[in-house]
Design a protein around this ligand. Sequence first.
Ligand SMILES: Nc1ncnc2c1ncn2[C@@H]1O[C@H](COP(=O)(O)OP(=O)(O)OP(=O)(O)O)[C@@H](O)[C@H]1O
Ligand SMILES: [Mg+2]
Length: 304
Amino acid sequence: MTTPSTNTSTVIRVRDLTKTYLLGQTRVRALRGVSLEIQRGEFVAIMGPSGSGKSTFMNLLGCLDRPSGGEYWLGGALVSKLTPDQLADIRNRRIGFIFQGFNLMGRATALKNVEIPMIYSGLQVAEQDRRARAALQMVGLGSRLHHKPAQLSGGQQQRVAIARALVNRPSLILADEPTGNLDTRTSVEIMAILQTLNARGMTVVLVTHETDIANYAQRQVTFRDGVIISDHPVADPRSARVELEQLMKQVVNAPANAPRAVMGAQPASGTPADDEDTAELLSAVATPPRALDDLEAIRREDAP
Ligand SMILES: Nc1ncnc2c1ncn2[C@@H]1O[C@H](COP(=O)(O)OP(=O)(O)OP(=O)(O)O)[C@@H](O)[C@H]1O
Ligand SMILES: [Mg+2]
């Protein structure tokens, strides 16, 4: 066996990764030998048709499941050699998960939902509260702390889920179809947040079916039938923030009752309430995100 690269900027390195599910008598070969490296600070889109193994791969990257074969190094450590405690620690503290279905607790407020990952962190309650507020502010939901999921739009619910993924200050964000249930404009808002986090140094791996969404990433990796069939950089990634800013300019300049344009793959205009929400999000991501600075300050304070 060759040793893994000693390049310290490699966050993820997988070699010949396989995953076979047993479904009754049938063996489903979901991954058939995947090799890939992801460097710190990359923004990678994983694409491919339904059933090609994207979620299976993400679940392995997130240590939510074990491979059938092959090797996986995460931050230089061979995952199969980690103890269950070390794995749990990596999952909780180093990786933020975002799913298509949001997975929020319906009876809890946004604030409570975001505090959930900190329950076993040993942090003081006041500190948990402070971090949760900072994370919600970061995703433009500072004015909706006490709303429950049913009182929020789909995009806002996904932003709560992103805030929840941020509170333990992960260095790696894994997002599986985070815009799969959202309309175009709301999807662009989610991409604006992910691009901001990436610009602040987080590594982002995002699964998407949609080329439009994958064009916000810096690199596109395509799966088919459990293998990678292409892997290339994106020449000129789209900027979600710029697109939303342009949209808001149109909103400001348009006469109040003018028909609202739908700009193909560009973010479509919505109701005035949508516009207000987009404006709040934009100011959260456009001004240097003080809330996230807060989170980073905490990271420095309690670094060993
Ligand atoms: N728990 C499981 N048990 C058995 N087979 C599974 C399981 N999970 C996934 N599979 C199978 O593995 C293959 C890859 O599934 P996976 O969910 O990784 O695909 P995907 O690329 O994420 O698809 P989609 O775009 O529809 O989400 C599929 O054939 C699927 O049916
Ligand atoms: Mg999937």
